[in-house]
Design a protein around this ligand. Sequence first.
Ligand SMILES: C[S@@+](CC[C@H](N)C(=O)[O-])C[C@H]1O[C@@H](n2cnc3c(N)ncnc32)[C@H](O)[C@@H]1O
Length: 565
Amino acid sequence: MGSGDRVTGGALLARARAAAERRGVEEVAFELAFALERGCGVLGLPPGRLGPEEAGRLYEQLLATCSASRKALGAFYTPQPVARAIARRLLADVDAGGPVPRIIDPACGTGAFLLAAARALRRRGVSPRAIGCALWGIDRDAGALALCRAALRAEGIAVPRDHLLQQDALLAPWPRAHFDRILGNPPFVNIVRLPAPQRQALKARYRSFRNKCDLYGLFVEAGIDHLALGGRLSFILSDSFLGTDSFAPLRRLLFASEARRVRRIDRLAGATFGAKVRAVVLEVEARPPDAAVPVALGRIDAAGRVEAGHALPHAIFRRRAARSAALPEDARQLAWAEALEAEARPLSDFLELSLGVKTGDDGRFVSPRRRGRSARRCVRGRDVGPFSITDRCYIDYRPERLRAVHGARPRRPESFLRPMKLLLRETSGARLIAAVDTEARIPLDTLHALYPRAEGPNGRSLHGWCALLNSAPLCRWYALHHPGPHVKAGEVRRLPVPPPRPEPLSARLNALPALAAYLAGAPWHRDIEAAPEAVLDCLGRWMSGHRDPRGQAAIDRLCAKLYGV
Ligand SMILES: C[S@@+](CC[C@H](N)C(=O)[O-])C[C@H]1O[C@@H](n2cnc3c(N)ncnc32)[C@H](O)[C@@H]1O
């Protein structure tokens, strides 16, 4: 445990909390800033014991426990080793005698990146005075800004007063039109959490705005618009910007523009911002893309160690920007994904999707016992496994009543009562998990319900669709493109699926012997070649009654064949 951990230990935090309750969090931030700058004692700590990183961490903990603003501000500060690795790389070409780049962190918080940049410049022989003149920072939070200024002062760097600004970096003008280096960790805050007037203002201003996008995406747009020619930006972002629909306009700005090139994308070690956040470090340069310069992919660990990975041509990201620019492990994985997509069509061409029922208050509507005439069997995400459903609850399902409850949505009652539907878990994460419901259960909102647009001799049966969704090729494709914890409706609609193939009736009659051949591990059987849809249907039915690994292996083989991979 380092001295920093001792400083921010339980007793100090308790004293800081008590002070924040009496005087407010911001006031405590000013006291910490004063102590940091002057080297004097604070909150019972002897003089000189508080360092900049510890002060930042203490303030972050205070925001988390004493104020509602941490989530609204996205105030999750970057550990110094990670900020240091990013700043050193971005400033590696600075010469002591040459011009000093103008640097800004537009969401600087307590100054992790500005401090790291100052230290990196000092290592390269730049004088403290020149460093102070080269740094700018913006943040909405006055307490964080005070700590940022004090941290730099404690480092011997005096930044002019008008270089550190308390304002909204997305709506107020930046202190200069262009910067040579832009770096930081912009806030991860979903747009839907913002007040309506702020959302409207952002919508009017940003090309990459979408109703479900995130503030960090808008910071990227603001950043690239403020880059001087040849300048570079490096931001920590959530990796969802590479895969989700709402970031497609941002991906186009990054990958399909003649004005800039993405130089690298590094995965950040899992533990940096907690287990739920999958972060990457993006580096963009304001220069036209060059076919000879690929996008480098690598990794930065929690200690700031940078590990080089493989590189992929810029053209691949450009080509894929509209749908998903997920990061493959290597070029072969990407070639595989592209081959799989070649013949495929979006799932929404064949199946329609409905979200499950939202009650607004499950405790009131869902119970383990059947109560009253309107009670119907219902199913939650966790009740659905691959090919199987084990429901244990009933829902008081009166759509008119649900409609009257705040936050509830009964959603498509008529379709839920149809005899067959496919249920897909919304919370399964990196793997797709689906089962066929033949008992008209009501799905809750941790499930997607899917219905065929057309079924029959020329269509794929619901069991066939179920087998396809649970198959290894589709799950692998899904994990590559959408690694997040939730399976979103838009992602489901876009899943690449092979079109169902019309099959002659005689081939359908061969399905059972073909299934037997499959399960016996026989090599490709001519019946299977002739009637893959019928066999898929058969396997899907078989698996809904049996947990048979041979059946799953057969489905995986058959689906690989259907995809032509
Ligand atoms: C994830 S923290 C990063 C802080 C710092 N760059 C670091 O890496 O430690 C995001 C910061 O953005 C600030 N912030 C949130 N919305 C902002 C906005 N619209 N304009 C400027 N700063 C904002 C928050 O106050 C917070 O300090």
